[in-house]
Design a protein around this ligand. Sequence first.
Ligand code: CA
Length: 434
Amino acid sequence: MRILTKTLTMAIAVALVILVLLLCACQKSDSENKINVQSDTLYVEKVENMPKDFILGMDASCVPSLEASGVKYYDHNGEEKDVYEILSANGINYIRVRIWNDPFNASGQGYGGGNCDIENAVKIGKRAAKYGMKLLVNFHYSDFWADPAKQMVPKAWKNMNIEDKAEALYAYTRESLNKLKKAGADIGMVQIGNETNGAMCGEFSTELGGWEKITRLMSAGSKAVREVCPNALVAVHFANPEKVSNYVSYSTNLDYYGVDYDVFASSYYPFWHGTLDNLAEVLSDVAEKYNKKVMVAETSYAYTAQDTDFYGNTIGDGGGIVKNYPFTIQGQSNLVRDVVNTMVNKTTNGIGVFYWEGTWISVGGESYEDNLALWEKYGSGWAASYATEYDSEDAGKWYGGCAVDNQAFFDAQGKATEALKVFGLLREGNNIYK
Ligand code: CA
């Protein structure tokens, strides 16, 4: 009887300890998930009606190559931290990562731009999940940059007919998503192609049967996503919303050929892509006509005109300033706020906004040559000389460093700028003039 009482007492004690531990763990995760961003200097006008699950995303694909080059990241207090933790603590809830099939030459030297293969995406997917962020998997279906100017087929798929290419794309998508899932990435969305303006994976709408081929490839990718990640959204992605009837044409072709997708995504660079009112109008048209979700998959703006890595920036000293948005911390923050407000309040079915490569900064070094050595070795510039074999016309001529270091949310030393706080302040606003 005494033994029984003793056992019972011990069991109750153990149960109590477990209960206390569980309560502590719950409280810890509550406090960890809470965004507590404050600023005395950044004015942020509140975005009304913002859904709780609205996507505030960041493309941060280059981080591992930058870290290999020696870059370190620091939070607003100057404390060195995992940059994905810093992003999460500042209100970012989604990470976007691009994937190139094989961004290496035969000797294994990387093409640059982060050498973003599936292994790189696995590293990032794990880290994003660790800090509670979902992953947007962005397949370019190319060995290097895919955008409106180029949609080059991967080396391994070069001489395939459309049937074989669709099969290869389907298998590759399945295999890649399975690797990410296995690594613990929280895949929320998968993008089938990048800025596929009438071209994808070496197929072009200007050629006979072009759209049929492009949409066939998109359908193969979509099918793989539905099978491997049934809860993930399937996104398609285009650019140049400012061009009259572009999105009407793309969405009509997707509908005609029956591509199964959920999200029609657009790039929106304010220095190239027209007004926000136009963006809202063309995306709302697609959303309403085909009952789709819409979002901004890429946007960015400069906080300074200065370049920090001896490789010229896309916008900056050379121009690109947009009316009402000076190249300042406040100007960059205002741009982000206005893009988010447009998607929340002026666009039908707007689900989110992703900022492009807000973590891509200078790798340091006091001279062009010092920087170049790191870009070549670790792929931390936009292109390395090794990309010449694949893309002789562009990368082969202009390879070099980062063209967006002045559009990041981290300064040249890796410290978070005040503008990064905009994401955490949007929901409530931050009236510093009170
Ligand atoms: Ca630069």
